[in-house]
Design a protein around this ligand. Structure first.
Ligand code: ZN
Length: 97
């Protein structure tokens, strides 16, 4: 049922969109969508920098755990290791899950 609802809504949006396009002479929706897309990619770039590219990368969980253990020995707060969904490597974080 939800797929029917979705397509009905999509049809209404498409109709509204074509009216807007006709009356304004340009497609306002594409502009809004483009802006949204840019915002999203900016956010994900920021996120990937935070969780991936700005961090040291370890090839294996064992390697990451080893570094976390060494840091703990030097008095760092406990680090957690996590497998990165972006690069497939392992990173360390001081944040709790
Ligand atoms: Zn990563």
């Amino acid at each position: 049922m939800s797929s029917h609802k979705r397509s009905a809504r999509a049809k209404r949006v498409a109709e509204f969109k074509s009216q807007l396009t006709d009356s304004l002479g340009y497609d306002m929706w594409d502009e809004a969508e483009e802006r949204e897309r840019i915002m999203e990619s900016r956010n994900s770039a920021k996120l990937s920098k935070k969780m991936c590219t700005s961090k040291n990368r370890y090839a294996t969980e064992g390697e990451a755990l080893e570094v976390a253990r060494e840091c703990a020995e030097h008095g760092s707060p406990a680090l957690r290791v996590y497998e990165c969904p972006l690069c497939g490597g392992w990173h360390l974080t001081s944040k709790k899950a």
